[in-house]
Design a protein around this ligand. Structure first.
Ligand SMILES: [Zn+2]
Length: 136
């Protein structure tokens, strides 16, 4: 993948990603639904060194969900827009796809936590849908 740029809604925080996309999930879990207010989060998964903030880092806030081992939201404290979570301790960067400026070349790979979806969620179409994480 060539370098892609992204930003929050107000444009104060900017970032870039590069390198190989490991996965691109629509995640239907209850935490992603709460965090996004929608039927699923759409997240590009990369290695942590494939994502970097380039502007506005002082505005980045995060919220660790009580009781969650890994789940944490990252967002702009000015506009509330979700932002990438770059977590070297978990060997992962989770990039909210909707915050990319142009991701038209990226293809969603899977739907995950399909078993947790809301009744009104969109249907799976041709994508593989997993009850939790993909098993390959
Ligand atoms: Zn913002």
């Amino acid at each position: 993948m060539s370098k892609l740029s992204g930003a929050c809604l107000c444009g104060s925080v900017r970032y870039e990603i590069s390198g190989d996309v490991q996965s691109f999930f629509h995640c239907h879990c209850s935490r992603c639904r709460k965090a996004t207010g929608t039927g699923h989060a759409s997240n590009v998964i990369l290695k942590p060194d494939s994502a970097a903030f380039t502007q506005g880092e002082s505005l980045i806030s995060s919220y660790p969900v009580p009781g969650a081992k890994r789940f944490r939201t990252v967002f702009c404290s000015n506009c509330g827009s979700p932002l990438p979570r770059i977590a070297p301790d978990l060997s992962i960067a989770v990039v909210p796809a909707g915050t990319l400026d142009d991701a038209s070349d990226l293809q969603v790979t899977d739907r995950i936590f399909w078993g947790s979806r809301s009744a009104w969620s969109c249907d799976s179409g041709s994508l593989p849908a997993w009850d939790e994480y993909p098993v390959r």
